[in-house]
Every structure is written in structure tokens, then in C-alpha cells.
Design a protein around this ligand. Structure first.
Ligand code: ZN
Length: 203
């Protein structure tokens, strides 16, 4: 991993963040996106803290290790990573996914309020968009309690993780999704959010 790898990831993260901001999922500098830039040791490029996610540039990125701790890379300005970078690293380690999306999508928070034990979905065409079946396939989007302690949040995530379901809701907070690429993670995020909106609408 070198400066070019980090800036290339930063460029991709900036494009995705602008897109999510346009949908209203990253308001007020909230949310964060990451991409794995090295597996051994685990290193992630994650959007820097406190910046408007609709205005990021390729260098508005921080590099973190497996606990979310900042890692120095020659030629890369050491910006402060998001406080939630530790959970991104945990998700990358547990799932094997190389792209992690975290957005403060309203429907995720509302759905977790209604179904704190998990959001059950079945017999909806859009389930195909997250790799599940349109018929006779009961999908549960897990919900975990919020925490400011990323290790604790990581343990809660690992306890409910199901390899067939690429999303988890953090109650009173937002949504995490993951995939092999940012492009795929985008489509999963869009479909999960649609499914949650649908579930709320028909309740
Ligand atoms: Zn958040």
C-alpha cells in the first residue's frame, strides 16, 4: 500500500459519499465509507472525520488499522479518521468485504425503532438486490444497540452477523452494509434502504 493506493481509494470514496449525500443519507457530516487497501496487515482507507461528505476530495481520507487506529502512510496527510473507523475495520475483518458503507438513513433508524429484534422481510422482488430470493426466503436485517465504544459495537455486530445478509442496523443511529466493491455496496445500500422503507410503509 502506498500513497497512490490511498488517494485512489479516497477518490472512489469521495464519489460515493457525494452520491449518498445527494440522497440525504450523510447529512451534517454524518456517515462514513471505507475501502480495504491492504489485507495483511489489515488497512482501510476511510473518509476523514468532520468533513461535509458531499464535498470530499481524494485526499480527504484517513488510513486505519484493525482497531480503527490511525496508520501513517508516507506522503499522505494524517487526517483524523471517523470515530466509527473501528467498526469498519471489524466488519472488514469478520465479513471479508473490501467496501463498507455507513449512512444515517432515516428509514433504518425508524425500522429499528419498530423492530428492535431485527427487521423481517419476505416475498419482495427487491430482496434479489441483496443476494436473497424473491420468494420463500425469510430475511432478517439484524439490529444492534448503539454504543460509542467501537469494540463493544463490534462484538454486538459479530454476535448477530449472518453471512447471507450484508447489512446491519445500529439502533438510534444508522445502517452499515458491505460488499466486495463500493459499487456493489452502493446497490446493496440502495436496496436495503428501499426494503426498510417498504416494510415501514406496510406495517
Ligand atoms: Zn454514524
Amino acid at each position: 500500500m502506498n500513497r497512490e493506493d490511498v488517494l485512489a481509494a479516497g477518490g472512489r470514496l469521495a464519489v460515493e459519499a457525494a452520491r449518498y449525500t445527494g440522497i440525504g443519507w450523510m447529512r451534517g457530516t454524518s456517515g462514513n465509507l471505507s475501502e480495504v487497501v491492504s489485507r495483511d496487515p489489515l488497512r482501510l482507507a476511510v473518509t476523514a472525520s468532520g468533513l461535509d461528505k458531499g464535498e470530499l476530495t481524494p485526499s480527504d481520507v484517513a488510513v486505519v488499522g484493525e482497531q480503527g487506529e490511525p496508520v501513517a502512510v508516507t506522503g499522505v496527510e494524517p487526517l483524523t479518521p471517523s470515530a466509527e473507523a473501528g467498526l469498519h475495520a471489524r466488519v472488514a475483518a469478520v465479513t471479508g468485504a473490501d467496501a463498507i458503507v455507513h449512512v444515517h438513513a432515516l428509514n433504518a433508524v425508524v425500522a429499528a425503532h419498530h423492530w428492535p429484534e431485527g427487521v423481517v422481510l419476505k416475498d419482495v422482488e427487491t430482496l434479489k438486490g441483496i443476494g436473497r430470493l424473491a420468494h420463500d426466503d425469510e430475511v432478517v436485517i439484524p439490529v444492534i444497540e448503539n454504543s460509542q465504544d467501537m469494540a463493544e459495537l463490534g462484538d454486538r455486530f459479530e454476535a448477530v452477523y449472518d453471512a447471507a445478509t450484508p447489512a446491519v442496523i445500529v439502533a438510534n443511529h444508522g445502517l452499515y452494509t458491505w460488499a466486495p466493491t463500493l459499487h456493489r455496496a452502493r446497490h446493496i445500500t440502495e436496496c436495503v434502504e428501499w426494503l426498510l422503507a417498504y416494510r415501514i410503509a406496510i406495517r
